[in-house]
Each structure stands twice: as structure tokens, then as C-alpha cells.
Design a protein around this ligand. Structure first.
Ligand SMILES: Cc1cc2nc3c(=O)[nH]c(=O)nc-3n(C[C@H](O)[C@H](O)[C@H](O)COP(=O)(O)O)c2cc1C
Length: 215
């Protein structure tokens, strides 16, 4: 009787341990995957030669991929100027020590930078305050030069400015592809009467990257 009780207890502990381990793994997996939208191709790229004078990180936060493509276009301009550049999702970057400068970009969602972009800034703020930095914001609304739009754009980046002061910043119009949105986002897009459009102005994106000093 005692023997079977102890075997049962051991088995119970093994099963419970396995279940806890599995759920911890699943939760970790869920945490890692939360910011990824199925079917979206998030850019992960590097360009330029090793051992160049300046290595720049272009870190971005995106839900549907368009901000990553903007980040990629910015990096390509840096490499055309002889720098080396890595394009990474903010979630993929743990250490800034390999970089001489950092450019951070985020899509806007419900009037805000994506939370993972702000977490990235919070986590690395000490280092960001000591190196050349720039930020860019990708959005669809408030793109004109009216006072209301200017204020809305300023509000988009106010939480970033509360943490550190980038040397340069830009706002770029983005892309809306309603057919690719998940159910909730499609609902929101329909509520605000959004329409399909790719408003990314590659010339102004490249021009901004070209004039960034990052020194
Ligand atoms: C659910 C949802 C909410 C959005 N909210 C805003 C917003 O408040 N202001 C804005 O200017 N653009 C808003 N947008 C537009 C996105 O910022 C734009 O589509 C951007 O290009 C998306 O970037 P991504 O493809 O990297 O996720 C929203 C888009 C979606 C799908």
C-alpha cells in the first residue's frame, strides 16, 4: 500500500513537473509570438561591409510588416553611404554594444507607438542617451500640415520624448491592407472607414535617411 502510494506520488510529481514545464514553455512561446502576425514577412536584413566606420541598427516595431520595409529602405541608404546596417525587429535586439548609432521606428496603432517599441526604448534608454539616435513613425492619419495633425503627430511620439531626445525624427505615411488584418483590426479599420492604400513615399524616406548625420 505504502509502495503504491509512493509510486503514485512520484508519478504525480513527474506529471505535475512536466505539466508546469510544458506550460512555462508554452507561455514563453506565447510571449515571444504575441507580437507576430501569422503570414507577415518581417524584414531581418543586414547590408554593408564588416569593419566599416559606422554600424547602425535600424530597429522597428510592426504588426503587418510595412514599417519593416520602411526600416529596410532606410538601412539601404545608409549602406549606399558606406555604413553597415542591421534591420531588426525591436524584439530581436538584446544588446546595443555592436552599434555606433540606432534608428528606431514604430507603426502607430490607436494613436500610439507599438508597446514593444516603447519597451525597447525603456530597456536601452541609458545607452540611447549616449549615442546618435533617430526615430521614425509610420502612420496613416494626421499626415497633413494642419495644426491638428501636427499636434496629433507630436502626441504619437510624446512618450518617446519623455524617455530620451533623438537627434532627428520623421513621420512617414504607411500602408493599409484591410484584407490582411486580423478580425479585430479589420473591425477597427471599418469603424474608422479606413481604405486600402500604400502611401509610403520612398523618395522622402530615402531623402531623410540620406541627410541623417548620426554622429
Ligand atoms: C488597428 C489599426 C489601428 C491603427 N491606428 C492608427 C492611428 O491611430 N493613427 C494612425 O495614423 N494610423 C493608424 N493605423 C495605421 C497604421 O499605423 C499603418 O497602417 C501602418 O503602416 C501599419 O504598420 P505595420 O504594417 O508595420 O504594422 C492603424 C492601423 C490599424 C490596423
Amino acid at each position: 500500500m505504502n509502495g503504491s502510494t509512493s509510486i503514485n506520488r512520484r508519478r504525480f510529481l513527474m506529471i505535475a513537473g512536466g505539466a508546469i514545464g510544458a506550460s512555462a514553455l508554452m507561455c514563453g512561446g506565447v510571449t515571444i509570438l504575441t507580437n507576430q502576425t501569422p503570414g507577415v514577412n518581417y524584414i531581418y536584413a543586414s547590408c554593408g561591409k564588416e569593419n566599416t566606420m559606422q554600424t547602425v541598427l535600424v530597429a522597428y516595431a510592426s504588426k503587418y510588416g510595412s514599417t519593416g520595409e520602411v526600416a529596410h529602405a532606410i538601412a539601404d541608404q545608409f549602406c549606399a553611404r558606406g555604413m553597415r546596417a542591421d534591420v531588426r525587429r525591436v524584439e530581436e535586439v538584446t544588446d546595443l554594444s555592436a552599434y555606433d548609432a540606432v534608428v528606431i521606428g514604430s507603426a502607430i496603432r490607436m494613436g500610439r507607438w507599438l508597446p514593444q517599441a516603447l519597451s525597447f526604448v525603456e530597456k536601452h534608454v541609458g545607452r540611447l542617451q549616449q549615442m546618435p539616435t533617430a526615430i521614425f513613425t509610420v502612420h496613416m492619419l494626421n499626415a497633413d500640415e494642419s495644426e491638428a495633425s501636427r499636434q496629433a503627430r507630436a502626441a504619437y511620439v510624446q512618450p518617446v520624448h519623455a524617455l530620451f531626445t533623438p537627434q532627428s525624427e520623421a513621420f512617414f505615411t504607411g500602408k493599409m491592407d484591410i484584407g490582411n488584418l486580423n478580425f479585430m483590426d479589420r473591425l477597427i479599420a471599418k469603424m474608422v472607414k479606413a481604405e486600402d492604400a500604400d502611401l509610403r513615399d520612398w523618395r522622402s524616406i530615402q531623402a531623410w535617411a540620406d541627410q541623417l548625420a548620426l554622429a
